[in-house]
Design a protein around this ligand. Structure first.
Ligand SMILES: Nc1ncnc2c1ncn2[C@@H]1O[C@H](COP(=O)(O)OP(=O)(O)OP(=O)(O)O)[C@@H](O)[C@H]1O
Ligand SMILES: [Mg+2]
Length: 209
């Protein structure tokens, strides 16, 4: 049986990477080892594309070019890491995936969402995440948590951009409530972890049946 594919999503600084560790620990406690990876990135090529995009020294990068770069990195990541791991029965936890492209390049940059979804189908019609944890908070909450970091290409965007990203994420969650679980990311970490535990327990019950 193939492993489960779990993704974490949300705007800047909401706690994706922090919560990913908690998901990994929850699985480990249930004797389920998991491969942890991230997007953009996860492969040597993906990390080069990530670095190039996030450093932001590329002049004018259109929404469409940005989208295609994300899917190029993703196609390679799926071939090299995600599908082989799942096929071998491992679970995969990925920090951002295609929902992020719909939210950032579609919502934020206003690339055509229908076009993005058609690329999504072209690249991985065979595979969607089994569970997506969407950490949701007002944009300021996340940006405040990372205000001491040097801002990257996206973090230099304005509030309206992030408001559109957040709205696009929530729209995806409304369309796919079974897959995408919205978690209020404003409370303390223990409170958020307890909510994630609830979703994980329900998911483990269904997926391993
Ligand atoms: N619930 C929380 N309350 C307060 N601080 C938090 C909470 N969750 C995470 N943090 C802190 O906020 C900062 C950002 O968290 P983290 O790096 O996990 O966010 P992220 O969503 O992965 O960010 P990025 O979008 O930059 O990848 C970290 O310093 C983390 O310790
Ligand atoms: Mg992170």
């Amino acid at each position: 049986m193939r492993g489960a594919f779990i993704t974490l999503e949300g705007t800047e600084g909401v706690g994706k990477t922090t919560c990913l560790e908690f998901v990994r620990d929850t699985l480990a406690a249930a004797d389920i080892p998991a491969v942890v990876t991230r997007e953009p990135g996860g492969t040597a090529l993906g990390e080069i594309i990530r670095d190039w995009i996030l450093k932001g020294n590329h002049g004018r990068l259109s929404a469409e070019t940005e989208t295609l770069l994300m899917f190029a990195a993703r196609a390679f990541h799926l071939d090299e890491v995600i599908r082989p791991a799942l096929d071998a029965g491992h679970w995969v936890i990925c920090d951002r995936f295609s929902d992020a492209t719909v939210a950032y390049q579609g919502g934020g940059r206003r690339a055509d969402k229908g076009w993005i979804q058609s690329l999504r189908a072209a690249v991985h019609a065979d595979l969607e995440p089994d569970l997506t944890l969407l950490l949701d908070a007002p944009v300021e909450v996340g940006l405040n948590r990372i205000r001491t970091r040097e801002p990257d290409h996206f973090e230099r965007e304005n509030r309206d951009f992030f408001a559109r990203v957040r709205a696009a994420y929530l729209e995806l969650a409304r369309d796919e409530p079974h897959r995408i679980k919205v978690i209020d990311a404003t409370p303390s970490l223990p409170e958020i972890e307890s909510r994630i535990s609830g979703h994980m327990a329900a998911f483990l019950g269904v997926f391993s049946r």
